[in-house]
Design a protein around this ligand. Structure first.
Ligand SMILES: *Cc1c(COP(=O)(O)O)cnc(C)c1O
Length: 393
């Protein structure tokens, strides 16, 4: 038998802390490794596989599209791109969209758009205020934007034009905005940074401050968007409307895609000012359309809410049972469990041994982000496996 993991060590740059299983197939909310072992997937490819693995609607859409037209450049109009754009705009408060290939690229595009707006309407203001603990991606600009030293230190000097301030603090934000500020960029819930939920009212206050001070509000919904938190977009929980919004992860159930959405006011790119070779290509957009259409037509956010509440209740019950669980938090199907010690990896590995994939969010915290179509029985099954894993610890 081929030793794939050894080959990986030989040929692939060691950027990822890999879990020692080699996955070869997936169906519904489960995946299988090369030895035929089955796992219930509560990671969903880092909140990507909204409709689980190889969902028939997505498979059908990309198969059809692959037979028809996979790629052609953005020099031409293509139908899947226009269909997905229309569906996104009709179902959000934003008015225009631009497609790219990843979350990082979407966030980078949002910042470029805000800088264009600053050049045109804010006397050349170019600074973007972001939050400590945020995550906006891995390009040099987005590493500079993300307020996490562990991503920044290896690549100094950072790009200028970003100010990292405390999350969930309106006073600090208000003070940070000055004549150089063109935008504030925030995640409605910090995902990568720890599933950190701001206080109720924080985002509403931020939106009001941005409006008063005439700077753009960019919401990075790359992780929270497309039904993950129990609304199609997390901003809906807060009764606000961003000027710019980024999407990626869950938008196409696993086919790489990113999107920058903007209101007409903030949609200031003109011909040639931004672009992409692959962005918005027919294959990716067909996958995005199939995913979003299925989520909307089948009211999948209802399932996110019900299963999210069930998962949250179950995690809170475990918190009462095990004293070393210090916190359970989240919204919809984006949940985290924090421990008093650095045992997340051990718990994750014990779950793995029992056929459950969970994400090690930090040394002392796990993240749960199953597909949005997870069933009641599967949530119970995951909670039972987690309970068993916690007993072993
Ligand atoms: C994952 C993520 C990104 C980066 O997306 P990539 O597709 O990995 O480039 C940016 N912002 C947020 C909020 C994310 O969760």
């Amino acid at each position: 038998m081929i030793n794939w993991q050894q080959l990986e060590h030989e040929y692939y740059m060691p950027t990822f802390k890999r879990i020692p299983i080699t996955l070869v197939s997936g169906q519904g909310n489960r995946v299988w490794d090369e030895n035929g072992r089955e796992y219930l997937d509560f990671t969903a490819g880092w909140a990507v596989n909204s409709l689980g693995h190889c969902h028939p609607s997505v498979v059908e859409a990309i198969t059809q599209q692959a037979r028809t037209l996979i790629h052609i450049s953005n020099s031409y109009y293509t139908i899947p791109q226009i269909e997905l754009a229309k569906l996104l705009i009709q179902n959000s408060s934003l008015e225009k969209v631009f497609f790219c290939n990843s979350g990082t690229e979407a966030a980078e595009g949002a910042v470029k758009l805000a800088r264009r707006y600053g050049h045109l309407y804010l006397n050349g203001a170019y600074e973007v205020i972001t939050a400590i603990g945020s995550f906006h991606g891995r390009t040099l600009a987005m590493v500079s934007a993300s307020g996490q030293p562990k991503f920044q230190k290896p690549y100094t000097p950072l790009l200028t034009g970003f100010v990292n301030i405390d999350y969930n603090n309106v006073v600090v934000l208000e003070k940070a905005i000055n004549a150089k500020t063109c935008a504030v960029m925030l995640e409605p819930i910090q995902g990568e940074g720890g599933v950190n939920l701001p206080d109720a009212g924080y985002l509403k206050a931020v939106a009001e401050i941005c409006q008063q001070k005439n700077v753009l509000l960019i919401l990075d919904e790359i992780q929270t968007g497309i039904g993950r938190t129990g609304r199609l977009f997390a901003y809906e929980h807060n009764n606000i409307e961003p000027d710019i919004m980024t999407l990626a992860k869950g938008l196409a159930s696993g086919i790489p895609i990113g999107a920058v959405l903007a209101t007409n006011k903030a949609s200031v790119f003109t011909v040639g000012e931004h672009g992409s070779t692959f962005g918005g290509n027919p294959l990716a957009c067909a996958a995005g359309y199939a995913t979003l259409k299925f989520i909307i037509d089948n009211n999948i956010v209802r399932n996110t809410n019900l299963r999210g509440q069930q998962l949250s209740r179950g995690l809170k019950t475990l918190k009462q049972k095990y004293k070393f669980i210090t916190d359970v938090r989240g919204l919809g199907l984006l949940q985290a469990m924090e421990f008093s010690d650095n045992i997340a990896q051990s718990v994750m590995m014990a779950c793995l041994d029992n056929g459950l994939l969970v994400n090690e969010l930090k040394k002392n915290a796990l993240r749960f982000m199953p597909p949005l179509i997870i069933t009641k029985n599967e949530v119970n099954e995951a909670l039972e496996i987690l309970d068993k894993a916690l007993t072993v610890i």
